[in-house]
Design a protein around this ligand. Structure first.
Ligand SMILES: Cc1ncc(COP(=O)(O)O)c(C=O)c1O
Length: 379
């Protein structure tokens, strides 16, 4: 039996970012956890919501998702209605539903790399033809829209997949760039997927539109995990104004889970309804942390990065002139300094790069972790 299994082709393989995640390693094995991509995880009691979970009826819920939650999500985009929203167990499930709904083996998708790993991995698992647009440090990690346009095949490409604010670089599209991508999708009859999981955490003045409000060719995906520090309630969503696509995403969701968790959706609905109170202190704290990392970055000459414009992560790299055994660096960083970052191979770049998460650790752990990076880089 086990021998047979070894030779049976399997559709899914575990991604390094999941195998090597801090929760799989054990949070107690890391002192300064700079590998996370969210703000600090919250307890229910931190939210100040006076929740009455005891009286909730644990029934199958509305298949699209709790109506009050969908109302709050729809309120985030001009002209959106609750029926445009499909709530899913995390943005990860929304991304999975979008990919499986739109892609067959051999179908053409244009996707950005680096990226949140699932955005690359699920199309590959399906057997799609994955056409990659690589981001370059020298371009400030900015997406080259012309390169996307050149790769899209009108009438053939099924999906164009981008992430904004971007994980792991923290860069953002401008409204103009987003509109250009929407135009490319419309002209080529492709769907534009915009992973907006970090939408509520931006550090520039510009608030770009929720992408799905711009065209029925667009699906926006987002989540409660990152900005609100609530990955444990597993709440994400997909938004589209295309009724056929919305129904297909609902059908995909129903085949996986029928409906979401009554408890999770209730909590998420209460949080989003109160986001004017809950979000501002989180954003203020994240910006303070970003300033701490910027000061540290300016005070050393081993590493460089492009300052993130959104989110709580940035992609740092060793300066080209610094020679280092990167495997030994990452080993020393954890073993000798109790510090963990997301190595480049999580994002299909070399381990001279790493994702630095500045939103999750305590302020003291963040500072200690930054000092540890410099110390671990000394041979
Ligand atoms: C860009 C992006 N999209 C989606 C996800 C998945 O988030 P979740 O499933 O917790 O909502 C993540 C998590 O790291 C992410 O960074």
């Amino acid at each position: 039996m086990s021998v047979m299994c070894q030779h049976r082709p399997m559709r899914y393989r575990r991604m390094p970012i999941e195998v090597e995640s801090p929760e799989e390693l054990g949070y107690d094995t890391i002192t300064n956890n700079l590998s996370e991509s969210s703000v600090a995880d919250r307890k229910l009691s931190d939210l100040g919501l006076d929740l009455d979970l005891d009286s909730l009826v644990l029934c199958y819920g509305d298949h699209l998702g709790d109506p009050l939650l969908r109302e709050s999500i729809a309120a985030g985009g001009a002209g959106l209605r609750p029926e445009h929203v499909v709530v899913t167990p995390g943005a990860a499930t929304a991304l999975f539903c979008v990919a499986t709904a739109l892609l067959d083996p051999g179908d053409h998708i244009v996707v950005v790399r680096t990226n949140y790993a699932t955005n690359l991995e699920t199309p590959r698992a399906i057997g799609a033809e994955v056409d990659i647009v690589d981001l370059r440090y020298e371009d400030g990690w900015r997406l080259d829209i012309d390169e996307v346009a050149a790769k899209v095949r009108p009438g053939v490409t099924k999906l164009i997949s981008v992430t904004c604010p971007h994980n792991p670089t923290g860069t953002m599209l401008t409204t103009d760039e987003l509109r250009r991508l929407v135009g490319i999708a419309e002209r080529s009859e492709a769907v534009l997927l915009v992973d907006e999981t970090y939408r509520d955490l931006t550090h520039t003045g510009e608030r770009i539109p929720l992408a799905a409000t711009l065209s029925p060719n667009v699906v926006s995906v987002s989540s409660m995990s990152k900005a609100y520090g609530l990955p444990g309630i597993r709440i994400g969503w997909a938004v589209t104004t295309d009724p056929m696509l919305g129904e297909t995403l609902l059908a995909a969701k129903e085949q996986v889970v029928i409906c979401g968790s009554t408890i999770d959706e209730h909590i998420a609905g209460r949080v989003l309804a109160d986001r004017k109170r809950i979000l501002p202190p989180i954003v203020a704290d994240v910006r303070e942390r970003l300033a701490v990392v910027e000061r540290w970055m300016a005070g050393q000459d081993t590493f460089e990065w492009v300052r993130p414009s959104g989110g709580v992560v940035g992609l740092v790299r060793f300066r080209p002139e610094v020679s280092v055994d990167e495997a030994a660096f990452h080993r020393r960083l954890l073993a000798d300094h109790g510090t963990y970052v997301g190595p480049g191979h999580w994002f299909e770049v070399d381990d001279r790069h790493f994702r630095l998460g500045f939103g999750w650790p305590t302020h003291a752990e963040l500072s200690a972790g930054l000092e540890a990076l410099v110390a671990a880089a000394q041979m």
